[in-house]
Design a protein around this ligand. Structure first.
Ligand SMILES: C[S@@+](CC[C@H](N)C(=O)[O-])C[C@H]1O[C@@H](n2cnc3c(N)ncnc32)[C@H](O)[C@@H]1O
Length: 268
């Protein structure tokens, strides 16, 4: 089942737009993440940032608005995900694709405020993960957010083997390598980590889009069985999903959407 909706925070405040992500053909990994860390730790109001997630996010936004654009979710689209956290009150969230920790700070804080316990943020780049760990610490969220270095699949397996996920994930946030969304969701399904009440949130469903993921979470159990017949990665076709697309904005002001999928049970 699927439906489409525009987020209630539909307006984009262009005075808050990030600078262009692209600088000389690069979108990230050209030194801007280390420059951000230095900017944050030499901030004139550093003492006011300590232990204050909102102020830390504002300072990251100011860097991205005035120095170099960053590929994080930003305030507008991030609010859509915070609303999901406030509504569903997950105890455990698994994020794939942490970058410099913006979403981990924003959603880790939302999780904590909703009474949740642990936010796991898996990031492939050790450098970005180190920046994220430092900024999570600055925001005072070390007790809630754990940054894990590795690919999505490596992080899922490691956390599952450790028992850190408690056998079931309440919410996932996919924001990493776009072709890996479906494979990593199917891995979670095979490991039994998805069950009734699990909420899956996937970013960048317009920019750049992810048709295989949308097809999987919107398919009926019979359609999923058929898809899996020829797929290299198998999932659990019996999981019943209700999925909707919510349109919002990148921090640059470009339109994008998140796919919000709830597992409603297990079919025959
Ligand atoms: C769009 S950024 C994430 C932004 C972050 N969620 C935020 O909103 O603040 C995507 C991140 O995914 C990471 N990444 C790419 N492939 C990955 C993979 N297979 N597993 C985990 N992380 C990956 C990249 O290094 C990058 O930091």
């Amino acid at each position: 089942m699927a439906s489409d909706a525009r987020a209630e925070s539909a307006e984009f405040d262009s005075s808050k737009a990030y600078k262009n992500w692209e600088v000389e053909g690069k979108f990230f990994g050209d030194g801007r993440e280390v420059a951000l860390l230095e900017y944050m730790h030499s901030h004139p109001e550093l003492e006011q940032l300590r232990g204050n997630p909102r102020r830390v996010l504002e300072a990251i936004d100011t860097f991205a608005q005035s120095v170099t654009g960053l590929i994080n979710i930003g305030e507008t689209k991030g609010t859509v995900v915070c609303d999901v956290i406030a509504q569903h009150k997950p105890s455990t969230v698994l994020e794939l694709g942490g970058y410099i920790g913006y979403s981990a700070i924003m959603f880790g804080d939302a999780l904590k405020q909703a009474g949740g316990k642990r936010y796991f943020s898996v990031e492939k780049s050790p450098l970005f993960a180190a920046v994220a760990t430092s900024l999570v610490d600055l925001a005072g969220l070390r007790d809630t957010v754990r940054v894990v270095v590795g690919t999505g699949a490596e992080g899922i397996r490691r956390l599952h083997d450790e028992g850190a996920l408690g056998g079931r994930i309440d919410m996932t946030f996919f924001d990493h390598h776009k072709p890996s969304y479906t494979a990593d969701l199917k891995l979670c399904e095979r490991l039994g980590l998805i069950g009734k009440g699990t909420v899956l949130v996937a970013d960048n469903m317009i920019l750049p889009g992810n048709p295989p993921y949308a097809e999987w979470v919107r398919a009926s159990t019979a359609e999923k069985r058929e898809l899996d017949r020829v797929a290299a990665e198998k999932g659990n076709p019996n999981l019943l999903y209700h999925s909707r697309s919510v349109t919002s904005f990148e921090p640059s002001g470009q339109e994008d959407a998140v796919e919000i999928t709830e597992c409603t049970g297990i079919g025959a």
